[in-house]
Design a protein around this ligand. Sequence first.
Ligand code: SF4
Ligand code: FES
Length: 367
Amino acid sequence: MKVTIDNITIDVEPGTTILNAARSIGGDVTPPAMCYYSKLQGSGGKCRTCLVEVAAGSTADPRPMPKLVASCRTTVMDGMIVKNITSDKVKDARAGVVEFLLLNHPLDCPICDQAGECHLQDLGYEHGKEGTRYEFARRTFEKEDIGPYIQLHMTRCILCYRCTYVADQLTDKRVHGILDRGEHAEISTYISKAINNDFSGNMIDVCPVGALTDRTFRFKNRVWFTKPVDAHRNCENPQCCGKATLWLRGDEVFRVTARKDEWGEVQSYDGKPGWICNTCRFDKKKTSDWVVEGPTKINRHSVISQGHYVGMVKPQETIKEVMGGRNPKLIMDIHDESEVNKPDVHLSKIEGPAHSDTFKEKDTIKN
Ligand code: SF4
Ligand code: FES
């Protein structure tokens, strides 16, 4: 089937959702998704961040759809024309959805372990507004201890249901879910029982916000100060893929997570999602437990890439190409233009950062 998204036409299999069609194009054309998770059956349709405009339903019936639709739950029709970033209606609606998601979500990013890899934080920066119009008290919940491995912050939960699908589809018996409705909805108190399962740690990886975080990593480091590397081990658990990302500081393993793809979902291996077991995640915290493969590739737009380690996908340097293969030459000597620094002070020979005194002293290191 032919579908056109933001003026780009592609062919997809019948039954493909608009979101997955957009993902196959990639980049900004892809709507954000806070609740859909391709590896979890039944996910999607809860958060409304993936809304798009359908400008023409199909070749057979080219009428536009009267309302914006959730792209994660709407399948494409042949000849469908979809607008995502090219639609002002979508941008406006998405800003509204972000505002709703942030009604009760605390803005505690400075102390939240998810900061730097939080989808809601990114969404807030991309589509949010500076202020809030909300004047009422935010939701609060009784603190709940769900064991030594996972930290629950219910106030940060956006009720995406992903963790309940993990419990349902990866653990033996699901014993937690969403209780109550609307303002009072919360993931149930029985979540603590789902935690005693070998794969419960995957709930941390699927949570798009900081509601479920790794307790063994709690407040130990900001994620952008750590260095992620891909590593694997022969895990005895046949359900565990044994492929993980180690988040290092020096040689110390601060955290172990499943490997994520460009959409923030666990990567698949041999057609199966690469979930990891709790032993790999919480107990194997030495580099000697793992075979390190090399630096994890991080999107250069991510704050995590600010560490400038090898493996970062850098933008291509094109200046040489533009100049017909020549290296750029120094085209201006600053001292011809300004008296700001004495030209006889050789900056590269000064120990430590330069200071105004450096330029006043007589015996400053000279050329
Ligand atoms: S705890 Fe996280 S994964 Fe679970 S419903 Fe809330 S936001 Fe979603
Ligand atoms: S990702 Fe589509 S509704 Fe949440």
